[in-house]
Design a protein around this ligand. Structure first.
Ligand code: V47
Length: 615
């Protein structure tokens, strides 16, 4: 593992915990915040970044819409809000909002004020019209504060508000309004705003409806380090329960003319970088940490990419909240500029949508890495050298490969079969005999009773969805409607069953998915029918790669697997731990796979290919 030359020896026990995948405590967090060994803190956070996101750094072509600044609240830290009639007060109508969105935007981020003069239909109409005019754009809209306001203003339950927004086109909620989960600070700076428990309940309600969300923390004002850490720990606990948070966004306080005098140790680039790094280290269950350049400045955000941040937010046209409070950053950043910042940090620029699906990448020599436990043995010891690693779910890897962006990787079987003319099969695969444990149909019914029913399909699958169809139609002789789901796993009554894969399937198997009492393992279903293993993924590389590159990749995989045989990497256990498995369960799970393509595997591929073609 990485070597770090610690100046501050008090950090050594913390580093030991991080390497062993143990959770950091409040006391550990305080050690980090009080240490001046900034570089070591950054390296530890970089280690976690690498483990979770590989070399990826995400950004979006996005647009902020702040429909109005007329607000029923008057929080002390906010320079944005206004009263109706004041010269700076404004309200946009829906046409104005539509006029601000450029066609290439892939994420619209809507937050505003609590404007008591607007009707519920205005908000639903706004979302619906944006979706209708720009169907390729994800809508990340309304903070928990606004959701709570809608609930009170329009006398509808929170769940109903969220359901209607989702039906209108909201894809995710932004993380604003959390400020700092401290009653002391709340009473002083934003006494009329909802507190921690209401904020967390609204996010949990969104997660249960399959709406993923972000979380923020406004730092650098009157809060203490301990209050920051308690905020992070509350978010970490909430994430353990729902798994629905995508990104954490530390927001650097902009004093503007608020009159708030930040504590002395705050407001520096050192504090910003440390806060990013501590967030990465404490929030071990958050997939992404965002360096919001608008409030950090471009230079600090660039440095943050080596302090644990794996997301730069995006181009951010139209921002006002920070700029009204005196942020010195430009109003927007060009896509090329973001790509350059990320490349200069030695990372892969990954253009994403609001749900972190990679839409494009801007780097060569990228090796795709399926981010599930079943694939870890190929990557734990992978010496990437001049290659870069991009964790990416199977279906998305297939799409990027079609654009010629993936040099090699573990491909979903169906993607390999569809791209056989440009991809060359290697000797390695992920195949399961008898059971796979991570491709599961969670069902409220027995197989025959699924006829004619809607089955929710995880957006990540490229092969398992075909396996499911094959089983339904050829093994059980029934047809069902397979519907792609967006967002997190849930049961909101829309589906008779849901198909999940990878870590999400394992987590749901372990903790159960309410309403779905029957759990079917698709590899078992296939095995009992065909008496053959099932090949879920195969290693393949671009035919156009140079012979040297090909040789290099083969050699690296061979060495990785050989090293695993000699000394199994503790990283597998750590990964298992993150999804609730004991070390023994992780070992048994991994022992159940075949990683070499043998005769039975090749036969299984041929049979599957024929049945799918027949359908
Ligand atoms: O909630 C208000 C903050 C937030 C100031 O979810 C201020 O991806 C600094 O939430 N100085 C809104 N901050 C912005 C926000 C956000 C931004 C980027 C990405 C995401 C995301 C969310 O701005 C408010 C409040 O905490 N804020 N005033 C100020 N003077």
């Amino acid at each position: 593992m990485n070597r770090i030359n610690f100046k501050d020896k008090k950090l050594l026990p913390v580093w030991d915990k991080i390497q062993k995948g143990k959770r950091l405590s409040l006391a550990d967090g305080l050690v980090l915040f009080h240490s001046s060994d900034l570089i070591s803190i950054g390296k530890m956070a970089g280690f976690v970044h690498q483990r979770l996101s590989g070399d990826a750094v995400y950004f979006a072509l996005n647009q902020k819409i702040e429909p109005s600044n007329i607000c029923a609240l008057a929080c002390r830290f906010c320079n944005f809000s206004a009263r109706k009639g004041e010269p700076q007060a404004y309200e946009m109508n829906i046409e104005e909002i539509l006029g601000r969105i450029k066609p290439d935007v892939r994420e619209v981020h809507i937050t505003g004020s609590l404007n008591p003069h607007r009707k519920w239909e205005y908000y639903l109409g706004m979302v619906g019209r944006i979706k209708q005019r720009f169907p390729q754009t994800d809508i990340k809209a309304f903070t928990a504060i606004e959701i709570d306001f809608f609930h009170k203003q329009f006398k509808l339950p929170v769940k109903e508000i969220l359901k209607q927004l989702k039906a209108a086109g909201v894809d995710a909620l932004p993380g604003g309004g959390a400020e700092v989960f401290s009653e002391r600070v709340r009473k002083k700076l934003f006494p009329k705003k909802i507190g921690a428990s209401a904020w967390l309940q609204i996010h949990a309600a969104a997660h249960r409806l399959g709406i993923p969300t972000n979380a923020t923390m406004l730092y650098g004002h009157i809060e203490t380090y301990e209050e920051r850490l308690r905020h992070l720990i509350m978010l970490r606990d909430a994430q353990d329960k729902t798994g629905g948070f995508l990104a954490f966004v530390p927001l650097a306080f902009q004093p503007g003319t608020t009159g708030i005098k930040p504590s002395n140790q705050f407001g520096s680039a050192i504090d910003d970088l440390k806060t990013i790094a501590v967030s990465r280290l404490m929030l071990d269950n958050f997939p992404h940490i965002k360096a919001y350049w608008v409030m950090l400045t471009e230079d600090v955000a660039a440095a943050a990419l080596n302090f644990g941040a794996d997301d730069l937010d995006g181009t951010v046209g139209g921002e006002r909240i920070a700029h009204d409070a005196g942020a010195i950053t430009p109003p927007a950043l060009a896509k090329d500029r973001l790509i350059k910042i990320i490349k200069d940090a030695g990372k892969i620029p990954v253009e994403r949508d609001a749900l972190y699906h990679p839409l494009d990448i801007y780097a060569d020599n990228v090796i795709g890495k399926i981010p599930y436990l079943n694939s870890v043995l190929f990557y734990n010891y992978f010496e990437k050298e001049r290659f870069k690693l991009l964790p990416i779910v199977p279906r998305r890897m297939g799409i990027l490969s079609l654009k010629g962006k993936i040099a090699a990787g573990l491909f979903s079987l169906m993607d390999y079969l569809a791209q056989e003319d440009t991809l060359e099969l290697m000797d390695y695969c992920i195949a399961a005999r008898n059971q796979v444990k991570s491709v599961m149909l969670f069902s409220s019914k027995k197989w025959p009773d699924l006829a004619g029913k809607d089955i929710g399909i995880t957006d990540d699958t490229a092969t398992s969805v075909h396996l499911l169809r094959v089983l339904l139609e050829k093994k059980y002789g029934i047809k069902a409607n397979l519907v792609r789901m967006q967002g997190t796993a849930r049961n909101d009554g829309d589906f008779a069953a849901v198909l999940l894969i990878g870590d999400e399937a394992m987590r749901c198997k372990k903790y159960g998915l309410a309403g779905f009492e029957q759990v079917f393992d698709l590899a078992t279903e296939w095995y009992h029918w065909q008496r053959l293993p099932f090949v879920f993924a195969v290693w393949a590389e671009r035919k156009a790669l140079s012979p040297n590159d090909k040789k290099d990749i083969h050699e690296k995989i061979r060495q990785t697997l050989a090293k695993e045989k000699r000394a199994p990497s503790p990283l597998s256990t750590l990964h298992g731990q993150r999804i609730g498995l004991t070390p023994r369960e992780t070992k048994t799970y991994l022992d159940g796979f075949t990683f070499r393509l043998g005769k039975p595997e090749m036969k299984a591929i041929e049979i599957f290919r024929k049945i799918v073609a027949d359908l």
